[in-house]
Ligand binder design. Sequence first.
Ligand SMILES: [Zn+2]
Ligand SMILES: [Zn+2]
Length: 680
Amino acid sequence: MDVRKLLKASAEARNLKFGKSIHAHLIVINQITRNHVIEKNSLINHYAKCGDLSSARILFDKMRKRNVVSWGSMMSGYSQHGYAQEVVQLWRKMVNVDKLNPNRHVLPMVLSSCSNCGLLDEGQQCHGYALKSGLIFHQYVKNALVYLYTMSTHLKEAMQVLDSPPRSDLCTYNSVLNGLLAHGYLNEACYVLRMMIEELEWSRWDGVTCVNVFSVCGHLKDLILGRQVHGRLLKIGLDHDLSVGSATLDMYGKCGDVSQMRKVFDVLRARNEVTWTAALTAYTQNECFEEALKLFLEMDRENIVPNECTFAVLLNSCAGLSALGYGSSIHARVEKVGLKHDIVVGNALIYMASKCGLIDDARMLFESLLDRDVISWNLMINGYSYHGLGMEALDVFQHMLSELKQPSYVTFVGVLSACSLLGRVDEAFYYLDHMMRDYGIEPGLEHYTCIVGLLGRARRLDEAENFIRSSPLRWDVIAWRTLLNACLVHQNYGLGKKVADVLLEIGPDDAGTCILMSNMHAKAKRWDKASAVRKLMRERNIKKEPGLSWIEIRNDTHVFVSGDTNHVESVQIREKVKTLLAKIRTLGYVPDIATELHDVEEEQKEDWLGYHSEKLAIAYALMKTPQGAPIRVMKNLRMCDDCHSAAKYISKLTNRTIIVRDANRFHRFRDGFCSCTDYW
Ligand SMILES: [Zn+2]
Ligand SMILES: [Zn+2]
């Protein structure tokens, strides 16, 4: 019987015991003591494959003469069991001590170990050797080199190897696309994708290819290509694959086609918790929060156990809806299954609490995290700024720096907003011009818009205008609207008019801009101008989005539309609003009818004001919640001046904390004051 064949068979079968008995037999017949390289190689290979690396290594170290197969067998054992460092160390010894040349099996193994350990220098030496020896023309060697350069983000070199012979195969493309996507190099991924479509037939694509291609489509929002690939993979029959299924859902979600996503999901034959979570994520990304929560009920019904990503997505949906009740029940479940300390879930909990107006709870969750990543810090800093608590935001930022955490692009959006809240102009410019650059962060539109808001808030309106006009940036509607809002608050109607002209040029059909302009004209008592804006809105069919407010009482959501009489308790609610307004008049409240859009008599304007959705919501909450309980209202538009003033007086009158989240920020009304200090 051929000993080598037996050892090979036992290695393939991972039968350690059988191989060991052969080893023992060889010792007994004294054959092993002589230097039989081939038999020893077979033994090493056997032990390495069976995972007994120390036995393999003892044999290997004792060999007086080793050939390239001995080295290769030992390396392959380390490589298969994840010891990439050992592979590279063996490679160094093989070249320097035994003076052996690698073959086409050893070289790719060393190259991929170099990639995994980030050892570019060694990898490049291998590249040099591959060129000299001609091994570069072997497919495995080429693929390993492409992988090395992509993973170390040496894209120029990666593309050079990719373009050189031999022709790239599926493996080459899969590994290069994988690497490019992992590092976010979308343009390059797109270039490689086009090359692949030209050179490789669709029928040869495998699951990994489809996942990669869907990922490119998703990032580029290329629905057309995504659909084509989906059609093809149905033909190849790859739709059974779990990861391909999730990638398909992900692609449709990122491209914004949720109905197609759902169709695909409903007919998927293989589904697990990852697939379900991909569908939930697609809904959440497209702000279909309710659909996400509904789908989760189905997931529960099918007894699929959610993972940490599932919970994070659900919490984000709750945050999007400000559905505190539902969010709390998810929170309880997270605690029950012991995922509270998972960082992804922990961050989602902070986000949910902050979005639902519970900034103190968010802080408590943040403090209780065992591990904090940059996202945790950003959530806290931006959360405080969003809640108008600039001081707290900057405190957390200082704390972050003292723990030597690296701030990111998003961190500075929160920090600059905080400076704006506090009127700290010089400090903000220090962050923008120095600190961000020290951290290697290029300031972007969001940061510059914060500066415009900051200067506007500090009454330095001309400076704000100069800042916009002198920066070579492509400003968007938001920045100019921020400036227009500042002109409105500080009653600088001259500049306001100029800014409005610019705005009408870049976004003439924007309802938000039109309303701000009309408000400005009305405040300046230029009624003709105000009515001209309204005429323009009618002509262009620009509709003001109806004002919508909602509150949650004992897990039920109550929605109020401005001027709406459909609520079952509509009569009582209006009665309540009337009494409230009458009572706060005695405290000094004066209805602000200037900004009301309707062409009606003053008295009727007051009436209209009383039916603004947030007033209805506050009145209803006062009727239905116990004395002293805080009131939380969510609103889709910016809160109007009149409701803002009324809410301040109502908080004083009823001794309640009223929290209103409008389209811009949180307002916390307490004892006659608002946390936004009347600037929003
Ligand atoms: Zn209002
Ligand atoms: Zn406010």
